[in-house]
Design a protein around this ligand. Structure first.
Ligand SMILES: *[C@@H]1O[C@H](CO)[C@@H](O)[C@H](O)[C@H]1NC(C)=O
Ligand SMILES: *[C@@H]1O[C@H](CO)[C@@H](O)[C@H](O)[C@H]1NC(C)=O
Ligand SMILES: *[C@@H]1O[C@H](CO)[C@@H](O)[C@H](O)[C@H]1NC(C)=O
Ligand SMILES: *[C@@H]1O[C@H](CO)[C@@H](O)[C@H](O)[C@H]1NC(C)=O
Ligand SMILES: *[C@@H]1O[C@H](CO)[C@@H](O)[C@H](O)[C@H]1NC(C)=O
Length: 484
């Protein structure tokens, strides 16, 4: 009886030896020793565009990039990792699970070092082969590192979607509004065609599939300015999954992510301190003054899909047929628009700023015949106008403070967009006139190139907006190491 029950155990242990040897070799080969002594869950570095981290510098080494913050710093807490010695191992079901975690972490360590190596190459063009698309040129902070990271993601990334919660507030979301990127992402994860695993032990990240837009629709009493019901729903949900599964407690939420395009996405996340402080928050409303932390959180785009699909043709007139220098039309939402309209409405024939377009003038056609399209923040920092401009091949002019634009971790926004601070609204015309024809043409071409990353496809295609969002989330996962 005793012998019989021990035999399988010995067999399991024996079969583990080659695996452990493999893992330790990989880990030793791939992790550069580091002397970080912080514990694994503390995000000890604060991000700020001026601050240069060694790895970020390496990753943003492309000559034309003027930003230095790049792919997030790979933060390997606790120093290099070695699996525990075999003899100390006691085989219980728990240990088996954790050895899976160790294996996952070893594969991430390998990915990190391969991205680092690619980053050091400094080539403006990816040196990796790809049947679909080879990232190149100054629209990327580091085309080679991005491509390497993208390929590693395709190989390794697995996300577990919690099944708890009922539609419509869970597992569902809007697909036909300015918040459509929230619904489309949730639906795509639910469909599970890519990246999803149904085995939580195989997952690198855990997705909390709630929709703040739906919660607002079902729980918010209009004009009450009272969001406790939404906060409580989030609290209850985290409570539920932290009791039903071991994963939340294991990392205190650090390998979990939520996603929301709603203005109140950030507020909904403050109800659970670990969700706010530890989890990856994927937000349209990426306002650094409201706690958005670019090394941990992800900025993704707001895209207004009126019909649920990408409507209207892509593209616009060629540069020589764009008579309007700058264009904006939109309501007075928030203080930045107020400043813009006050300064420029009906003031200038080159810089056409409207709160209401004249009858018979089409918004889309204005985008297509303007060289620059103004994208001021509204009630919150993000604006669907940025992607509208990119679709219309109009160089976007981001007018905002404290906004981290989408996919800022891989895209070099300065190369294809103009960034204007709110205090410079009065100088917009001067700033745009100061951009030479040659530089404008370059930016125009880059806008066309970057379109691919903002495309919404019925079935996601490589490098489109869905995959870019996933890629940004993947990069945040590379920044942490989960341990039991
Ligand atoms: C970026 O880093 C380079 C090299 O470290 C430095 O010379 C440059 O001034 C930095 N640029 C910015 C905008 O911080
Ligand atoms: C970059 O990678 C390419 C292809 O692997 C190689 O030919 C080139 O020498 C590398 N450049 C540097 C600076 O390492
Ligand atoms: C996670 O921690 C909470 C609070 O400490 C506890 O109540 C809960 O039972 C734990 N969950 C699991 C699955 O152990
Ligand atoms: C996040 O952590 C800080 C410091 O530990 C704490 O003061 C703060 O209340 C936390 N944030 C939230 C929203 O709970
Ligand atoms: C960003 O957050 C700050 C602090 O809450 C707020 O004052 C500012 O208005 C926000 N920006 C926008 C455009 O809403």
């Amino acid at each position: 009886m005793q012998l019989g029950s021990n035999k399988p155990l010995i067999l399991i242990l024996l079969s583990l030896i080659p695996l452990l040897i493999l893992i330790s070799t990989l880990v030793i080969v791939s992790s550069t020793p580091r002397s970080l002594n912080s514990s694994w869950f503390s995000f000890s570095f604060s991000w700020n565009p001026e601050e240069i981290k060694p790895l970020s510098t390496a990753l943003s080494s492309s000559a034309s990039s003027s930003f230095n913050a790049s792919l997030p710093d790979v933060h390997i807490a606790g120093g290099p990792y070695f699996p525990p010695p075999l003899e100390k191992k006691q085989e219980t079901w728990k240990d088996k699970r954790y050895s899976k975690l160790e294996r996952l972490e070893a594969s991430l360590a390998r990915a990190r070092s391969s991205i680092r190596e690619a980053a050091r190459n400094g080539s403006l063009k990816s040196t990796h082969e790809d049947p679909d698309y080879v990232p190149q040129g100054p629209i990327y902070r580091n085309a080679n590192a991005f491509h390497r990271s993208y390929l590693e993601m395709e190989k390794l990334f697995k996300i577990y979607v919690y099944e708890e919660g009922e539609p419509p507030m869970f597992h569902d979301g809007p697909c036909k509004s300015i918040y459509s990127t929230e619904g489309r992402f949730i639906h795509e994860m639910e469909k599970g065609s890519v990246y999803r695993t149904t085995d939580p032990d195989q997952a690198l990240l855990y997705f909390l599939p709630f929709s703040v837009v739906m919660m607002v629709q079902y729980l918010y009493v209009p004009d009450s300015h009272e969001i406790h019901a939404i906060e409580n729903t989030v609290i209850d949900y985290i409570h539920l999954i932290s009791h039903n599964h071991p994963f939340w407690n294991r990392s205190l939420g650090a390998d979990h992510f939520m996603l929301s395009c709603h203005d109140w996405g950030p507020r909904a996340s403050t109800s659970v301190p670990y969700l706010y402080n530890n989890s990856i928050r994927v937000l349209c409303n990426a306002n650094t003054s409201e706690g958005f932390n670019p090394s941990k959180d992800v900025s993704f785009p707001e895209i207004h899909l009126r019909t649920g699909e990408m409507s209207g043709p892509l593209g616009g007139l060629s540069p020589s047929r764009r008579p309007i220098l700058g264009f904006f039309a939109g309501r007075l939402h928030g203080h930045i628009r107020y400043l813009l309209l006050e300064q420029w409405k009906d003031k200038d024939k080159d810089l056409q700023v409207y709160d209401q377009l004249p009858n018979g003038v089409s918004y889309d056609s204005m985008l297509k015949k303007s060289r620059f399209c103004l994208c001021p923040s509204g009630y919150e920092v993000a604006s669907p106008r940025v992607v509208e401009a990119i679709y219309a091949e109009c160089v976007p002019v981001l007018i905002s403070d404290n906004y981290v634009p989408p996919f800022n971790d891989v895209l070099n926004w300065k190369s294809f967009a103009v960034q204007v601070q709110v205090r410079d609204i009065a100088n917009i015309k001067r700033i745009l006139m100061g951009i030479s024809q040659t530089q404008y043409l370059r930016m125009y071409r880059r806008v066309k190139q970057v379109q691919r990353h903002f495309m919404v496809n019925a079935a996601p295609q490589r490098f489109d907006v869905f995959h870019m969002t996933i890629h940004s989330i993947w990069l945040r996962r590379l920044n942490i190491r989960i341990r039991d």
